[in-house]
Design a protein around this ligand. Structure first.
Ligand code: MLT
Length: 265
C-alpha cells in the first residue's frame, strides 16, 4: 500500500498493474479489501487503484463530517499524485457509489466508464437521516462495536450469513477496527449528500449497474430504475448476493466487470 498525503490527509492506496485504469471505491464503513477478488482478477490487464477513503482502513482518521464531494476531491487528488492523466473507470459500491456520483458531478472529464454497485441516486429520507444520527451518536458513545454487531446482518444475503460466517466476520472485524469518529463523520456526510437523480441522465460514459438479487438496502428494482435513466447503461442482477455483491458472488461480478471493460477498451 502506498501512503500519500492528499488534500492535507494521509491516504493509504493500493496501486498495481498496468493498462486502462480502474479506480475502486469501497462502501461504508469498510476499506479497499472488499474489492480483493476484483483487484486480483483485474491487475493482470489493468492498472488497479483502490484507496482506503479518508477515515477508513489504513488512512488517517477524520472527525466532524466528511462529504461525498470531499471523498471525490480526494480521488481526483490521488489520480494527480499517481500521475494518472488519462480518463479512468470508477467503480463504487454503496457509499462508494455516492462518491462515484459526486465524482461524475465534478470530474466528468476524467471518466472513461462508470460502475455503480448496490447504491442509489436518491438522497436520504428524513427517516434515513434520523437513523444515521442515531447510529453516529451510539457509535460515539459506545464504540464501533455497535456498528460491527448491527450492520453485517443488513449487508449480506441470508444464505451468506448462514453459510459463510468467516466472510461475515471479516467485515465485522473491519468495522470494529474503524475509528468511531470516522464512522460518525461518514454517516453525517452521507446524510448531507444531494440527490443525484437528475445527474443520471447527464452521464455520458458507458455505465454498468450491478446489484445483488437479495440486496435489501439498495434493492434490485430501484437500481434497475436508476440504470434505465442512464443513457448508455447495462444492468446486471447478480444471483446469490445481498448488498455486498462483489464479496458474495465475485465470479459473477468479475465476469460482468470484465465484459463491460472489454467494451470500453
Ligand atoms: C454502504 O454499504 O456503503 C452503506 O450501506 C451506505 C449507506 O449507509 O447508505
Amino acid at each position: 500500500m502506498k501512503q500519500l498525503t492528499i488534500n492535507g490527509t494521509r491516504l493509504s492506496v493500493f496501486d498495481a498493474g498496468g493498462g486502462p485504469v480502474v479506480l475502486f471505491v469501497h462502501g461504508f464503513p469498510l476499506d479497499h479489501e472488499m474489492w480483493r477478488h476484483q483487484i486480483d482478477a483485474l491487475t493482470p490487464n489493468h492498472r488497479v487503484i483502490a484507496p482506503d477513503l479518508r477515515g477508513f482502513g489504513g488512512s488517517e482518521d477524520v472527525r466532524g463530517s466528511v462529504t461525498m464531494e470531499q471523498f471525490a476531491d480526494d480521488l481526483a487528488g490521488l489520480l494527480d499524485a499517481l500521475g494518472v492523466g488519462v480518463p479512468v473507470t470508477v467503480c463504487g459500491l454503496s457509499m462508494g457509489g455516492y462518491v462515484a456520483l459526486a465524482f461524475v458531478r465534478k470530474y466528468a472529464d476524467r471518466l472513461a466508464g462508470l460502475i455503480l454497485c448496490d447504491t442509489r441516486a436518491l438522497s436520504d429520507s428524513e427517516e434515513a437521516i434520523a437513523n444515521r444520527r442515531k447510529l453516529a451518536k451510539s457509535v460515539l458513545a459506545n464504540g464501533s462495536e455497535v456498528a460491527a454487531r448491527g450492520m453485517p446482518v443488513t449487508l449480506f444475503a441470508p444464505a451468506t450469513l448462514e453459510e459463510r460466517p468467516e466472510l461475515v466476520e471479516s467485515v465485522a472485524k473491519t468495522i470494529r477496527a474503524t475509528d468511531p469518529k470516522s464512522i460518525a463523520a461518514a454517516l453525517r456526510g452521507m446524510a448531507e449528500r444531494p440527490d443525484s437523480t437528475a445527474l443520471l441522465e447527464a452521464i455520458t460514459v458507458p455505465t454498468l449497474v450491478i446489484v445483488g438479487e437479495h440486496d435489501t438496502l439498495t434493492p434490485a428494482a430501484e437500481m434497475r430504475g436508476m440504470s434505465e435513466r442512464i443513457p448508455e447503461s447495462r444492468f446486471v442482477e447478480v444471483a446469490a448476493a445481498g448488498h455486498m455483491t462483489p464479496m458474495e458472488n465475485p465470479d459473477a461480478v468479475n465476469r460482468a466487470i470484465g465484459e463491460f471493460l472489454a467494451t470500453i477498451g
